[in-house]
Design a protein around this ligand. Sequence first.
Ligand SMILES: [Zn+2]
Length: 161
Amino acid sequence: MFSNILPSIRKTGSYNITNMNKIKTLNKEIIQLKNNQRNIKYPKGKAIYIIKKVINNKKYYKIGYTKDLNKRLKVYNTGTPNKQLYKYFCLIKDASIDKCIKKYMRNKEFIKNKEYYVANMKQIIKIINNCDKRITELCCGYCMKCKKLKDITYHKCKYTY
Ligand SMILES: [Zn+2]
């Protein structure tokens, strides 16, 4: 496919949108393949995590609680060809946030596989804030950098697209 790009630009002076979309798709695949090969170890301890899913071009986020980020991720990745990583995570001290999150999630949109997803990050941050005011930061599950809650969605990560 790449071999078509230069001749096409030479011929027409531009490159069409369909092909640009193909390049975007290929880039995503390359990033996914690179992430499949990474062996990420998340820090130990109780944590909340956020997983992002794209279904029919729509973004969904799930927020959950675990005592072991690495073990939980293994469960998520059983039987899937592409490795799922946490979008964000945060180590916590007080596990009572688990009940609080579940309470909020019960009221949110859910999709076919019966796992619950809130629609966007703004809602997620609101839930975290309402459940535990002491949580002020989230860390990127791809590069481990931590940012203030209000800044986390602006984080541009070199491991994601
Ligand atoms: Zn990152």
